[in-house]
Design a binder for this molecule. Structure first.
Ligand SMILES: [Zn+2]
Ligand SMILES: [Zn+2]
Length: 331
């Protein structure tokens, strides 16, 4: 099969690779659309020791089952494979399973390829005629959905009354903003530094869009719920300042692991900090259902390219030439 293989930092080769071997209970899926994630960028830059080269990256996939249970089904793919038996899995928090595997991390090759192997339980069937490009966004949108659910649970008021700030208008941040609306929030501001992204953000939903400088000039403590969809020291500092006393910060981004949080303010003002990693199987199913019935909007803000042109898509994202919050590759 053809695949886009990460061979060394900042290098991708579109070349012939063996089709994955199919373990019992798994399906072979012909990939029709696969999104480029921030974590793929991170690995491609050589910054992820969990993803050493050579490796096929990519974990945001939709396609058609061609072998194994349910041949012919059109599906979106939950890329997290878990044991199903540990304490985390039994309680429904499979994302915390110590045995968890994700597509694009050894031993599982990723989805920038014609085919992937994935457990049958990880597949969610799409409605007839629904586009693969939109269906593959279930993965990044589920991260936001999960973060919003955790944040809403910790808030001392209903989401519908909460003033919400999302830091970062990439797919994670925009996904969180759309999930906020779908779960009942009405007042949602997105902070985004790249002006080229603003038109796509404005058309994706009913949000206030603000530059980070404008947020920095606001009085502290204006927001009940702050979602950091970037995860750098500077954005955590913004989150610490923007959250009101008794408010909640949800941290989804994995930018860096250094400073930024104002622990003293968070302690004195009882601000909750919640880490959010991926999604539970139920969050993934709920997100897919919300995508299929239109509760997350038209999802027309992604840009599609051919998998063969994947290398240039990566460099365009790195150089800020890609204005769409999500780039999708088609094998
Ligand atoms: Zn992703
Ligand atoms: Zn488990």
């Amino acid at each position: 099969m053809k695949a886009l293989v990460y061979t060394e930092p900042k290098t991708l080769h579109y070349r012939q690779e063996p089709v994955p071997v199919l373990p019992d209970g798994e399906c072979l899926v012909r990939v029709e659309a696969v999104g480029i994630c921030g974590s793929d960028m991170h690995a491609w830059l050589g910054h992820d020791e969990r993803r050493p080269a050579p490796l096929i990256l990519g974990h945001e996939a939709a396609g058609v089952v061609v072998e194994g249970p349910g041949v012919g089904r059109r599906v979106t793919v939950n890329p997290l494979a878990t044991c199903g038996a540990c304490r985390a899995c039994v309680s429904g928090r499979n994302n915390l399973c110590p045995e968890r595997q994700i597509l694009s991390m050894a031993p599982r090759q990723g989805a920038f390829a014609e085919f992937i192997a994935i457990p049958a339980d990880n597949l969610i069937e799409m409605p007839d005629g629904f586009s693969f490009e939109k269906a593959c966004m279930a993965e990044p949108l589920a991260c936001g959905w999960h973060g919003v659910r955790l944040g809403a649970r910790a808030l001392d008021l209903p989401l519908g009354q909460a003033r919400c700030l999302v830091i970062g208008g990439g797919a994670i941040g925009l996904g969180a903003a759309l999930a906020l609306k779908a779960q009942g929030a009405t007042d949602v501001t997105i902070s985004e530094a790249n002006p080229r992204r603003v038109p796509a953000l404005s058309s994706a939903g009913d949000f206030t869009i603000a530059a980070p400088d404008a947020i920095a000039e606001e009085a502290p403590g204006l927001y009940d719920l702050v979602i950091d969809g970037v995860g750098f020291g500077a954005t955590r500092a913004t989150a610490s300042r923007a959250a009101r006393p008794g408010g909640v910060i949800v941290h989804i981004g994995l930018g860096d692991a250094a400073a930024g949080l104002d622990i003293r303010r968070m302690t004195l003002q009882e601000i909750s900090f919640i880490g959010a990693y991926t999604y539970t199987p139920q969050d993934f199913r709920d997100t897919a259902a919300a995508i299929f019935d239109g509760r997350l909007g038209l999802l027309d803000w992604a840009e599609s390219r051919s998998l063969a042109d994947g290398a240039s898509a990566f460099s365009d994202i790195l150089d800020g030439r890609a204005s769409a919050p999500k780039l999708i590759l088609k094998p």
